[in-house]
Ligand binder design. Structure first.
Ligand code: COA
Length: 388
């Protein structure tokens, strides 16, 4: 039976709304962050992202998301000391990462490393998730990725330096030398921008897993898997692929037209919630202008302008704008990261939001268990195998 609102029910099933992709369904209450889609605003714990970007450090933002308030100087120093102390990886985790083929995707290495950490670390990750575990896991994300990044090149992992901040330490562990300020500063702003974003797919995944009473590493392993998909966090390397395929400003129109004629989606545009420009895209555009080469910035800008015009012509009622991924590509490549490290670097930031959501979920938990609409038959009779 199909109800007037498009709902379907079988026999005793109640008529329930079933929006495609759960669009518009409220899956949790959160005080962490909110996306105001119509206005193009993102708020963390009451602060507009423009209040924080370029002013608050990544560690301050992490404290804000976990604790609800910006830290005092001594609270921040305490958090930085804890992050620094928790950065080293257990040797067995490095051995698990070493066993992966160099051809593995870094997101697969991260997912494997987080999962291995859950099995190996005997101080954490067995009971109800807590803040110390959130800090420990956040501290270890850069090291897991950097270990894989180096091992796949035949290089040994580099031990972290506790006094460095997260952005510095990540670049140090990746490249084995003290990073330039012109590299770690834009990375730090990038990390503050990506730390949380309402009820996105990977956050929902983490909360669902946490709601079953499972442990923090399990919840975050699932979230990494959800972030990997190109409709969520997997787009920025594809933006880089697109810009490299376009190659020069004079090719932009022909390339975009051909892609849209083939029915492809243009990476870095469109969003489930924003019906205006993603506020993070605006901040990243400014950073890309500073950090990337003039040629690459010009190619990005020209591609963005033409893509927006074409999308508005072809889908006039859809309100498609630039999303966070588009200029992430220019910023992260200017920082020295190859394309396949873009989504993992997103995860280095988002682990803060994921763990904060898990802590919020377990503080007031109810098992997340939705329904499915049953569309299969119900009246079949068993036939013995020799008669089938
Ligand atoms: N390029 C071309 N067309 C696009 C588009 C894009 N980037 N994004 C959306 N559209 C079109 C869809 O084809 C669809 O058209 P139709 O209704 O004629 O079929 C319409 O706009 C709405 O798309 P819909 O699939 O309902 O949006 P969604 O909310 O499910 O998807 C995204 C949102 C982000 C998955 C989608 O915009 C997308 O695939 N973008 C490219 C990938 C990307 O940048 N991801 C990073 C997100 S931060």
């Amino acid at each position: 039976m199909t109800g007037s609102n498009g709902s379907t029910a079988v026999s005793d099933q109640p008529v329930l709304p079933r929006p495609e992709g759960l669009e518009g369904v409220v899956a949790a209450s959160t005080a962490l962050s909110h996306v105001f889609g119509e206005e193009g605003r993102l708020v963390y714990r009451g602060y507009d992202i423009h209040e924080l970007a370029g002013k608050a450090s990544f560690e301050e933002v992490a404290y804000l998301l976990w604790m609800g308030e910006l830290p005092t100087a001594s609270e921040l120093a305490d958090l930085r000391a804890k992050l620094g102390a928790e950065r080293p990886l257990p040797d067995q985790v490095i051995e698990v990462i070493r066993a992966l083929p160099a051809s593995a995707a870094p997101m697969d290495a991260l997912r494997t490393g987080v999962s291995a950490l859950g099995a190996i670390d005997d101080r954490h990750f067995d009971e109800t998730p807590d803040l110390d575990e959130a800090i420990a896991l956040t501290a270890k994300f850069p090291g897991i990725l950097a270990a894989f990044f180096r091992l796949r090149q035949g290089l040994e992992p580099v031990a972290p330096i506790a006094e460095m901040n997260t952005a510095q330490s990540y670049l140090y562990q990746l490249f084995g030398r003290e990073p330039d300020e012109k590299h770690w500063r834009p990375l730090e702003v990038y990390l503050t921008l990506l730390a949380d974003h309402g009820m996105n797919a990977s956050t929902f995944t983490a909360r669902v897993i946490a709601s079953t009473g499972s442990d923090l590493c399990s919840a975050i392993t699932g979230a990494v898997g959800a972030l990997k998909g190109p409709l969520h966090g997997g787009a920025p390397s594809k933006v880089l692929d697109m810009l490299e395929a376009i190659g020069a400003a004079e090719n932009v129109d022909a390339w975009l037209t051909a892609a849209l004629d083939r029915g492809e989606r243009l990476m870095g545009f469109g969003h489930r919630v924003y019906r205006a420009e993603d506020p993070r895209a605006e901040i990243l555009r400014g950073m890309a202008r500073e950090a990337s080469t003039p040629e690459f910035f010009e190619l990005s800008r020209r591609t963005e302008e033409r893509a927006l015009t074409m999308l508005h012509e072809r889908k006039p009622d859809r309100r498609l704008y630039t999303n966070v991924e588009f200029y992430s590509a220019a910023v992260l490549s200017a920082v020295g990261l190859p394309g396949d490290m873009f989504t993992p670097t997103f995860a280095v930031s988002r682990v803060v939001g994921w763990t904060a959501h898990v802590l919020e979920q377990v503080a007031n938990n109810r098992l997340i268990r939705p329904q499915s609409e049953f569309v299969g038959p119900t009246d079949k009779h068993f036939v013995a195998i020799e008669r089938r």
